[in-house]
Design a binder for this molecule. Structure first.
Ligand code: SAH
Ligand code: MG
Length: 210
């Protein structure tokens, strides 16, 4: 994998080893001829922020003829708001909130991924109503409350084609490491019998729709 820019120059929440695993999983999905035929190579991520994970996924898409829908309302999660733990003053919109869309666009232009990664600006629930199945790959990294993660799983995971891959970020079995909502959704997905685990690096878990 060769990234098209210095990934350390992109703001975000994707450690390099997890980003490389994301790339590998997406490349694997797009290399499955049956899955590509079923999905047209269309992938989606929920939660793009400034485009860090989108560079990994978009690079895999470019290498394998796929495309990535990058879903985000770009107003930031609760923890990104002014005064909260993960606020970045450089993302302030001048009206008391944050706006990450200009940063995502700059990242995609610098990475020359504008023909591969298509920003879909809106709430994940509204985007889900506009995006038809089947998808080859879905990455869920949007709102991290229990309600948000469960909703994203409920609305987006059924859009996967058979054998499509579902990636979940910030899965922490130990509550001391982070919020438990992604871990609960991960366990629920395995318990449902609809998914089997394929990759695990850090807090990234990748499941295959069986
Ligand atoms: N994947 C990114 C990090 C995502 S942070 C990276 O690699 O750096 C989470 C993102 O989810 C934020 O940008 C926030 O705006 C977005 N988000 C939170 N709730 C959302 C919702 N309901 N709909 C769309 N986007 C949402
Ligand atoms: Mg994350």
């Amino acid at each position: 994998m060769r990234l098209p820019l210095n990934i350390d120059s992109v703001k975000g929440f994707m450690p390099r080893d997890e980003g490389e695993a994301l790339y590998a999983a997406c490349a694997e999905a797009l290399s499955d001829k049956g899955l590509f035929a079923a999905s047209g190579g269309v992938c989606a991520e929920i939660g793009s922020y400034c485009g860090k994970s989108a560079v990994y996924l978009g690079t895999a898409c470019r290498a394998h003829g796929g495309r990535l829908l990058a879903v985000d309302h770009h107003r930031g999660s609760e923890e990104n708001q002014p005064g909260e733990a993960w606020h970045d003053a450089e993302l302030a919109d001048g009206e008391g909130g944050v706006d990450t869309l200009p940063h995502l666009r700059a990242t995609l232009r610098r990475a020359r991924l504008e023909r591969v990664v298509l920003p879909l600006v809106g709430h994940a629930e509204d985007a889900a109503a506009c995006v038809a199945a089947p998808l080859a790959f879905v990455f869920i990294d949007g709102g991290h409350s229990r309600e948000a993660v469960m909703r994203d799983y409920r609305l987006w995971s059924p859009k996967l084609a058979p054998a499509g891959l579902l990636a979940l970020h910030d899965v922490f079995p130990d509550p001391a490491d982070g919020g438990q909502a992604p871990y609960e959704v991960y366990r629920g997905a395995l318990a449902s019998g609809l998914f089997a685990e394929t990759h695990h690096v850090g807090s990234l878990r990748v499941l295959r729709r069986v």
